[in-house]
Write a protein that binds this ligand. Structure first.
Ligand code: R5P
Length: 293
């Protein structure tokens, strides 16, 4: 213990240097608390302001999706190449090594299956477990226009209340029913409702026309959902357009883990998202890396 009488007069006060007050790089998140910002800064790269989330939570309502039959064999090797991993707590605990430091976004809603009405979800995880699992955000599905619209919105607002109490951000995942139009008008409505009711960031599908009106009218970051598997050049083009039109990254599943070369695809998407690489250049990168795999 230092002696009290050994204290020297401090000289390094730098009275002429004002203390810097750092702004926060994510849209609409400047007034959040430190823990929230710290978790968001692990999900989103502070340099690019964007993220590549690898989504592997499909099993929570549809079982072992193609490419996710053996998460231990097919997905674990990909995890270090993703900025963030989105999955369920069951898969996290049973197969993901805790030594990996990729931030986790935990699927927090559930309770339905492909055999029944998908919008009939509830909150499926306790916040204590989210803290125990050291997660960086909790993801809740919101079914605007769906049969259980109100319940799914209330699931999200409840998670926002709990998350705000403990400093854990909530990601609202906009889900589209089979009979709903996937257009900018729908996603402006859905993403804005989620943001107005407190979501810290929102996941939206990409639409060819007027996507930028969705990102500009949503006051918090939007990440683009991937959707069903399409050719690599099309997926890279979709990701490129989304970030150029205002998305803060992507949350992709099947277009990565169903690709012939998933690590190469993850890196190619990363080049598009973080370095503004064109889809053509990113495809070249994908093919080069694929040949090396
Ligand atoms: C869907 O409900 C899941 O939450 C997935 O995370 C989401 O659909 C993204 O995966 P994909 O890119 O395969 O659509």
């Amino acid at each position: 213990m230092p002696d009290a009488d050994d204290l020297k007069e401090g000289k390094k006060y730098y009275t002429d240097v004002p203390q810097e007050t750092e702004g926060f790089f994510l849209k609409g998140c400047g007034h959040l608390d430190w823990g929230m910002k710290n978790r968001l800064a692990r999900i989103f790269n502070p340099k690019s302001g964007r993220t590549v989330m690898l989504a592997i939570d499909h099993g929570y309502f549809q079982g072992p999706t193609t490419g996710l039959e053996r998460v231990d064999l097919n997905i674990v090797p990909l995890i270090p190449h993703a900025d963030t991993l989105m999955l369920t707590r069951g898969m996290l605990r049973s197969v993901v090594p805790p030594s990996l430091d990729t931030p986790i976004v935990l699927r927090a809603s559930g309770g339905s299956s492909i055999l029944k009405e998908l919008s009939n979800e509830g909150i499926a995880v306790d916040v204590e477990d989210c803290m125990r699992l050291n997660v960086c955000a909790m993801a809740v599905q919101v079914f605007i226009g769906g049969e259980f619209e109100k319940e799914s919105i209330m699931n999200m607002t409840r998670m926002v209340d709990i998350g705000t109490r403990y400093g854990i951000p909530t990601l609202a995942v906009t889900a589209v029913g089979t009979d709903m139009a996937r257009d900018a008008r729908y996603f402006r409505l859905a993403t804005r409702i989620c943001a107005e009711l407190g979501a810290n960031y929102v996941k939206s599908y990409y639409v060819e026309k007027d996507f930028e009106t969705i990102t500009s009218s949503c006051p918090v970051p939007i990440v683009m959902a991937g959707g069903k598997k399409i050719p690599e050049i099309d997926a890279l083009t979709m990701a490129y357009r989304a970030v150029q039109e205002g998305a803060a990254g992507v949350d992709m599943g099947r277009n990565i883990f169903q690709s012939d070369a998933p690590v190469a695809m993850l890196k190619a998407v990363g080049a598009v998202v973080h370095n503004n690489e064109t889809p053509e250049k990113a495809l070249e990168l994908y093919q080069t890396l694929k040949n090396q795999e």
